[in-house]
Write a new protein. Sequence first.
Length: 277
Amino acid sequence: MSQQPAPNDVIDTLTLGDLVRDMSGTDGGVSAGIPADWMQGRTAFGGITAALALAATRRSLPDLPMLRSMQVSFLRPITDQVEFVVTLIRAGRAASFVQVDCFSEGKIGARVNFVFGAARETRYVQDYTPSPSLPSPSLPAPETCPHMARRASGPAFAGKFEARVVEGDEPVSGSDRPESIVWSRLIARDDVTPEIALICNADNLPPAAMATFTEPAPVSTITWSLDIARMPSHTDWLSIRSTSKQAAEGYSVQDMELRDREGLLVGSAQQLVALFG
């Protein structure tokens, strides 16, 4: 993939940390503003919507344990003002379940379901990873990898992230391999917690199916799930392996795997992406 402008050349006004600090309200109703440089076309970038929904949950229910899982349904565009309605569905011994409805312009734009659970002692521990189709048992350091190409007509929020390509073809290259491995991190990341940075970072790359496109076409994430294996203690680089398992009938089923610099699994995700074209 070709060279991306250096981070100093990208737009970076309000950081994720700024948006979290500027949130207002508690007790289940939390408001936030989302500026234009966090948008993706006419809607807020999905990662920022989910990250702010998590921040609203922590603000309303501060005693919840570690985040373990998340499921998001994107229902309609979310504009610059969002109201997060946080509902504790159940607080159980093994897990607590929270639903967050994200309202914009008086209509629900996304529904996020979180699962939280404290660590428990167990004698069952394993870390098995099947052999990937892209042969990268040991990834090169992100500092040695080229910047991901970014088109001038691309989404505004892309300027919030630094992405370094390990393997895979760039979007709209007519490739026959809809798969990539990319190192990714927020550019401004020192003022946000690791879990909120993780949620935001996990959704910022182009859908893997776009590598097979021969001309630009709109795409839209419909659903997104993320199961967390271990929460990073930092907000720095994560590798994201994205694979479009199948694209047909206007939809792509995409798997994603997130790992830290030591190669340890951070999370496993899946998205259903609508393809228009």
